[in-house]
Design a protein. Structure first.
Length: 127
């Protein structure tokens, strides 16, 4: 089990939404690949700040980010082949892959918080 962030250091929903919107203000309509990756990384960090807390460890953030990048590549491949059903369905193979990938870094409580899923969904997706 990993030490977890305090509930007090999490972004509020309003702070999270405001920060995500602020990331996109003034961005070009067609960002370069580097700009797109930088924005997505900042959005990812904001999601962690919102769901797991601002003090979530940097090394674990980096591991999650690398896992997310790998999953994004797989997701693109699935999308190109039309293999995706409802992307928000916890039964979806991509959601399962993401939860399983992140389970190498996060405990079940953290997974449930990050994905806003029930403990039962997390158990089902990681078994």
């Amino acid at each position: 089990m990993h030490a977890s962030s305090s509930e007090n250091d999490r972004l509020t929903r309003e702070e999270y939404e405001r920060e995500v919107v602020a990331l996109h203000v003034g961005q070009p309509p067609m960002p370069s690949k580097e700009q797109d990756v930088a924005i997505r990384r900042k959005e990812f960090d904001l999601l962690i700040d919102y769901q797991l807390g601002r003090s979530f460890p940097a090394d674990r953030r980096e591991t999650l980010w690398q896992t997310q990048r790998d999953l994004d590549r797989r997701r693109l491949s699935h999308l190109l082949w039309g293999a995706v059903r409802n992307p928000l369905d916890p039964g979806n193979g991509l959601v399962r892959a993401q939860v399983r990938g992140f389970s190498q870094v996060l405990d079940r409580r953290e997974l449930a918080a990050l994905f806003d899923l029930s403990p039962q969904d997390i158990s089902r997706l990681t078994s």
